[in-house]
Write a protein that binds this ligand. Structure first.
Ligand SMILES: [Zn+2]
Length: 364
């Protein structure tokens, strides 16, 4: 019954959008404020006392601290599905309704960063870790952060990859959140006439870049748990009759173990071709986020039926919380992937997730 309620509430929250016909709910918009106001009512129904901050984060609390926090986000990407983030908040409310334990359910106002191309503004505001520049950007003054300690943090989230569907299991216990390294690479050779330059006398930047792309794919295939992607590739001034003199591309490397990721980057930095200069500019880097072994074990015990362990290739609000308390993450199978309107969960899977989260919360 509570699983049915979660699905109905997700349908209702999907109606709060900035774009009619699609779900688009960025930070600091009427759509997000509307969704938050509805969740506030549900918090009261679940016997939680709601409070919010200037960022728009909403917290429902009861009992003396330190409490277990169950949280996720209510903002969305553009043209989103109805479960990413939302599911974790709604399942937190069901845990609150099914128990009378001290608890805090948090609905973060910004995880996807759609409004300001930011990272985790909601959870970072909640713990008091945003900069004065970020406060100015959003146009707020935060004051005292809402976070006042915790006995742990649980995030329930749809799996954003295809693993649970492929393995045919409803739930997954997350082992770690991938660390990530991103770079802009420039391959510089020599632009030349495509007709008059003999093959032995070329410095073709694109041919070198193509070898690099395949080396990236090969290394990731050969390294357990590594994912590596060249997602953008440009040939400035490219033309049909010109040997490419320059290629710009991006590289994204992720792994649950920082050492393996660093080794992979070092290996790729050794890939090259004589006569082609390769420059690497780092754009973004963050370390892997470990999950508490104790909470992870308790979460696995709390699951009735089949589950698997898997790393998270995407970041979550749990990344912010990991700096302050032990975290655990429960993935729920989504048959329609994620960050698209096709996101789909079954009532049965949601019921299993509510059961697991409730048992877990009572074990903390
Ligand atoms: Zn999410």
């Amino acid at each position: 019954m509570s699983a049915r309620r979660v699905l109905e509430r997700a349908d209702e929250l999907a109606t709060f959008t900035e774009e009619p016909g699609r779900i688009t709910r960025p930070l600091a918009t009427p759509a997000l404020a509307g969704a938050m106001a509805r969740v506030r009512e549900w918090m009261v129904e679940a016997d939680l006392e709601p409070v919010s901050d200037a960022m728009g984060n909403l917290v429902g609390r009861r009992g003396p601290g330190p409490r277990l926090i169950i949280g996720s986000h209510l903002d969305s990407v553009a043209d989103a599905g109805r479960y990413d983030g939302i599911l974790g908040v709604l399942i937190g409310l069901e845990v609150a309704a099914a128990t009378d334990i001290p608890l805090e359910v948090v609905a973060f106002a910004d995880e996807e960063g759609l409004r300001f191309q930011s990272t985790f503004l909601g959870s970072r505001a909640y713990v008091g870790a945003i900069t004065p520049e970020e406060e100015a950007m959003v146009g707020i003054e935060l004051g005292e952060p809402l976070f006042d300690g915790a006995s742990g943090y649980l995030e329930v989230h749809i799996e954003q990859g295809p693993v649970l569907v492929a393995e045919d299991v409803p739930l997954g216990v997350v082992t770690a959140i991938f660390g990530q390294s991103r770079f802009n690479l420039a391959f510089t050779g020599e632009a030349a006439h495509a007709g008059t330059t003999p093959m032995t006398m070329r410095h073709d930047a694109l041919a070198a870049a193509a070898e690099f792309v395949l080396a990236v794919e090969r290394l990731a295939h050969e390294t357990e748990g590594l994912v590596a992607t060249v997602g953008e590739l440009h040939i400035p001034h490219g033309a049909c009759n010109v040997v490419p003199g320059r290629v710009d591309l991006t590289l994204d490397v992720r792994h649950a173990d920082d050492v393996v990721r660093a080794d992979a980057v070092a290996t790729l930095q050794g890939v090259g071709r004589p006569g082609i200069d390769v420059s690497w500019a780092p754009i973004h880097h963050h370390e892997a986020t470990p999950v508490s072994p104790t909470l992870r074990a308790k979460l696995a015990e709390a699951i009735d039926g089949r589950s698997i362990e898997l790393p998270s290739g995407a970041g979550h609000d749990a990344v912010t919380m990991a700096g302050l308390t032990d975290i655990a993450i429960l993935f729920v199978r989504s048959t329609g992937g994620s960050h698209n309107p096709g996101e789909a969960v079954t009532e049965g899977d949601v019921a299993l997730a509510i059961d697991a989260a409730t048992r877990f919360a009572c074990s903390i």
